[in-house]
Design a binder for this molecule. Structure first.
Ligand code: NAD
Length: 323
C-alpha cells in the first residue's frame, strides 16, 4: 500500500518542523512549505517548497494533489514583544488572513477533505482574563468576542473561515486553539520568542546571584504545553470525528515569577527578578481541558518541569554555541 500524503504549511517553524518529524515517523510522505527551512535542524520532509503562501502561484504549486492530511500552521506570529506592541498589527492581519484564505480555497478546489487549522488561546475575550487566579478559557466563552490583540481577531476570523467550508462544502476541517506551546528548537532570541524560551535564555546567560529582567510584575498567570503533547493532541483531533474548536493546552497554571523559579532550579542557579515595564498581555490565562477530554478521551499529562528540563538543556546549548 502506498504511503499517505501529508502537507505541512509552516514546516520551517517551531511546531511545523516537529510535526513533519512526527508524520515521517508515522510513515507519511510529507511535503513542507515555508518562507524558510527550519532554523535549528534539517527538515525531515520528503519535499520542501520555500515559498510565500500569500502568493496564489505558491499555493497552486504546494497543493497540486489530493493530500490525505493538511496542517495549516503558517502564520505571521511571535511572542508578546511582537503581538502586543501594536507595531505589527496590519502585517499580522493581512499576512495571516491572506494565507488562510488561499489555503482554504485551494484545498476545497483540490477536493481535499481535511485541513487542520491552528488557532490560539489569544482569541479568548480579555474581559474573562482579568483575574490571574480564575481565567475563563472554556471554548464556549469565546463569544461575545473581545480578543486583546489583532492576532487574536485574525485567528477568530480564520477559525470561522475553515469551519464555514465544512458547512458549505462538506469538508472536515479541524480547529484547535493552542495555548503557549514550548520546547527545543523554538525561537529563543531575536524578539519573537515566548516567555519560556526567553526566561531559559536569560537564566542560561546569568550567573548565580544575578537578576534577570521580567516584563511586568511577574504575577500574570499562564500555562505552557510541551510540543510533543501538542502534536499528540493535534493528530488525535485531525483523525477524530470532532471538528472543534477545542483547546490544546496544559491546565498547570503558573505565574511568570513561578516560571523563573522553576527554570532557576533546573539550572541550579540563584536568580533574582528585576521587574521592568513591557508588553504582558492579559492578567491570567489557562487551558480548560474538559471539552478535549470529553470529545477525544485524552488530555496532556506531562508536567511543566519535565518539558522545561528538556527545553532549558537545548537553549543552554544554543547560548554556549553562540558565545
Ligand atoms: P512559527 O513562527 O515558528 O511558525 C510559523 C511559520 O509560518 C514560520 O516558520 C514562518 O516562516 C511561516 N510563515 C509565515 N508567513 C508565511 C508565508 N507568507 N508563507 C509561508 N510561510 C510563512 O510559529 P509556531 O510556534 O510553530 O506556531 C505554529 C502555528 O501555531 C501558528 O499558526 C501559530 O499562530 C499557532 N499557535 C502557536 C502557539 C505557540 O505557543 N507556539 C500558540 C497558539 C497558536
Amino acid at each position: 500500500m502506498s504511503a499517505k500524503h501529508a502537507l505541512v504549511l509552516g514546516a520551517g517553524g517551531f511546531i511545523g518542523s516537529h510535526l513533519v518529524r512526527r508524520l515521517k515517523r508515522e510513515g507519511f510522505w510529507v511535503r513542507g512549505v515555508d518562507l524558510k527551512f527550519p532554523e535549528y535542524s534539517e527538515t525531515d520532509a520528503d519535499d520542501f517548497i520555500v515559498g510565500d503562501l500569500r502568493r496564489a502561484e505558491v499555493c497552486d504549486l504546494a497543493i497540486d494533489r489530493r493530500f490525505d492530511e493538511v496542517f495549516q500552521l503558517a502564520a505571521d506570529m511571535g511572542g508578546a514583544g511582537y503581538i502586543f506592541t501594536g507595531e505589527h498589527d496590519a502585517a499580522i492581519m493581512h499576512n495571516s488572513a491572506m494565507i488562510n484564505l488561499n489555503i482554504a480555497d485551494r484545498c476545497h478546489r483540490r477536493n481535499i477533505r481535511s485541513v487542520f487549522y491552528s488557532s490560539s488561546a489569544c482569541i479568548y475575550p480579555a474581559y474573562n482574563q482579568e483575574d490571574p487566579d480564575n481565567p475563563n478559557c472554556a471554548e464556549a466563552s469565546a463569544y461575545p468576542a473581545a480578543p486583546d490583540s489583532e492576532y487574536g481577531w485574525e485567528k477568530l476570523f480564520s477559525e470561522r473561515l475553515f469551519l464555514s467550508y465544512n458547512r458549505n462544502y462538506g469538508m472536515r476541517n479541524r480547529v484547535a486553539r493552542y495555548h503557549n506551546i514550548f520546547g527545543p528548537e523554538g525561537t529563543w532570541m531575536g524578539g519573537k520568542e515566548k516567555a519560556p524560551a526567553a526566561i531559559c535564555r536569560k537564566v542560561a546567560m546569568a550567573s548565580s546571584g544575578d537578576a534577570i529582567e521580567i516584563w511586568g510584575d511577574g504575577k500574570q498567570t499562564r500555562s505552557f504545553l510541551y510540543v510533543d503533547e501538542c502534536l499528540e493532541g493535534t493528530t488525535r483531533l485531525m483523525r477524530s470525528a470532532f471538528e472543534g474548536p477545542v483547546n490544546i493546552g496544559s491546565e498547570e497554571m503558573v505565574t511568570i515569577n513561578g516560571l523563573v523559579d522553576i527554570v532557576a532550579e533546573i539550572a541550579g542557579k540563584r536568580i533574582d527578578k528585576h521587574h521592568i515595564p513591557g508588553p504582558t498581555g492579559v492578567r491570567g490565562r489557562n487551558s480548560d481541558n474538559r471539552l478535549i477530554e470529553e470529545k477525544l478521551g485524552w488530555r496532556p499529562s506531562q508536567t511543566l518541569t519535565a518539558g522545561l528540563e528538556r527545553t532549558y538543556e537545548w537553549i543552554e546549548r544554543q547560548v554556549r554555541k553562540n558565545g
